[in-house]
Ligand binder design. Sequence first.
Ligand code: ADP
Ligand code: ADP
Ligand code: ZN
Ligand code: ZN
Length: 750
Amino acid sequence: MSYQNSIVIQGLCQNNLKNISLEIPKGKIVVFTGVSGSGKSSIVFDTIAAESQRQMNETYSAFVRGRLPKFEKPRADKIENLSASVVIDQTSLGGNARSTVGTISDMYAALRLLYSRIGEPHIGTPSYFSFNDPNGMCPECSGIGKVMTLDILPLIAEDKSLNEGMVDLSTFHVGNWYWKQYTESGLFDLDKKWRDYSEKERNLLLYGAEEPGGDRVSKQVEGIHNMMSRLLLKRDSSEMGETSAKRLASYVHPSECPLCHGKRLNAAALSCKVAGYSINELCEMELTELRNVLETITDSKGKSIAESLVLTLTRMIDIGLPYLSLNRESATLSGGEAQRLKLVRHMGSALTGMTYIFDEPSTGMHPRDVHRMTKLLCSLRDKGNTVLVVEHDKDVISIADEVIDIGPLAGRNGGEVLYQGSYKGLLGSGTLTGNAMQQKTPVKAMPRKPKEFLPVRDAAIHNLKNISIDIPLHVLTAVTGVAGSGKSSLIRDVFAEKCAEQVIFVDQSPVTATGRSTPATFLGFFDEIRKRMGKENDVGAALFSFNSKGACPNCKGKGVIITELVFMDPVTTTCEACGGSRYSDEALSYAYHGKNIVEILDMNAGEAETFFSDCPKIRKALHAMVEVGLSYLSLGQPLSTLSGGERQRVKLAKYLDQKGNIYVLDEPTTGLHASDIKKVMELLDGFVKRGNTVIVIEHNMDVVKLADYVIDIGPDGGSMGGEIVFTGTPQEMADHADTITAKYLRKSLE
Ligand code: ADP
Ligand code: ADP
Ligand code: ZN
Ligand code: ZN
């Protein structure tokens, strides 16, 4: 391998990495494998992507740099030959209600251009077709497609009069400001109960008029409904306390805009047609149908625009998103869908010589569709780019030009390069990954027989075709089907809504907004540790909190000192006084069983379980961490630095001893090594044994095989899905189901 043709890293010690050296070939697909927590992201994201970004940022002026995110230099002796890198991950595309698949893919902009060129009748420039521009937007909803309506009736007590506090709002409590305005208006019988009010009296109270929308009867009485609308919907909540504002917000419901019926555009824009369709009609179509329409456009002024749209649509369809439509709000896309959309955006650019970095691109994809995504990875490489991928899926790993396997285990027990070479070589390498690639999980021999069910009737949200299904209780159910078939719609939007009280979602999202949570605080045993330390030393427990009395006086508990420089980036240095520990000397001078607070938080869960063996409360929480496979995690590691899979398992640890719940997990295998899937399934099985119900939405066939019961949705995605195509045991599914999932289940058993 020529030195110039590879990224060279020497002496890398980032996070758990053990002084490793690597040469990563450029212009190839390199897949990083290894158990969760072994150090893959530490190499790919925290080192390669971060350093590449940092070096790019250094090329900007100090003025620009001051506005860019800061990246710390990775802990390595040498990092050479990096190229500019692009990270394509699963972070949400975010965006507000104005951001849609069409706007973020730039396809909507192209459609607007098309309409401004060949639309019938011609109404103006592209801005006249934009729902984000006053020229094009619906005047009623300002282009959102929805309006907020207020339902305040729940605030009114049927059997009370104004004198008895009829309206449950602090400003309307007897004697308060608004209450006085209404009672002094002379318009109301103060002792009449709401249920005895006439229609006219009700309207007076709600709208200040004899009928909704009518003329105000008195200056004093605006109407409760009008007042609340004004305060809430116009976002002028200054007149209201924050808590009332929050409580009232729960009475506000979005509903379809009565003028444009959700189409977001004004009448002129909607009247303009191309190929017989308004721009909104095209945006409502599934991508495959939209492509068909655009392919019929032959007008010379619009042909080239249509052709480039068809090209992008084909990429989106090929990568497994045919069921989306351009008007789908980007905030409603799943992580996997967002990642694939980002990939398509980059495929459209003609850059070469870049490093593209992917985080489990197979997430959210049915095995049927994974090869479509790997084809795009290959074409990125063939354009002359380096493609680095973190993956656990065999079908993705097998396309690697080179595999780099990290391990042997997680955290402190990982951080080494175990193998580098071809996929074939990996299979014979004897590593956990190599072995796992060759193992076949058999179907569960004795699945539990469901006896009790929760019925779902006539579900019709999104693409669901009015389906009725009994969801089994006290068993482990796998919900399967290709992406877009309707799994989340059924489970998250219908079933979980229906039994909201009982359902607990265990997902991979961050646990808190503050960066300060750790396993010790999240699982609730940090207080107990502080109490014990205080008691043993006869001091207050607050001394052992770096947010409070125990904070290092020099850095105020931050662990670092940030020095602002006028013309340069601020410099962050580890606090000299506490060495980054965040604690004051006094706090550190006390010990519990021979360890100070920092040494305790530095222990991993496994070590700490023994250390705290005489404190049942703490030991129980630590044991839960060990049970969910996080024994390597230290008690004080910020949760913000955990991978999604690790975060999900910390959450599972929190629920480990509860009973009678329904747990819903969306792709719990994301971020999990093949060798860990069985462990997680055993863990989930334990939840069922203890009297809970577990429902997993999954594409991984090993999970399907280990379930008690399978609900398969299909037959395909989007409008071609939304029906129940199979229910039964995994064995029955393998034996005789005629569905896409069944085909892949059989394949994985061969
Ligand atoms: P992988 O990508 O293989 O799942 P990571 O590289 O994310 O593993 O993590 C390797 C180890 O480093 C894990 O034990 C993880 O908890 C730890 N780690 C990751 N980020 C940080 C961080 N910012 N600070 C401290 N430890 C970290
Ligand atoms: P799955 O979970 O099986 O991938 P979903 O339930 O997410 O499938 O999607 C089923 C169908 O419903 C798809 O056509 C999808 O585009 C559509 N859909 C899902 N969520 C929304 C939403 N919030 N708004 C509009 N359509 C949606
Ligand atoms: Zn409207
Ligand atoms: Zn300090």
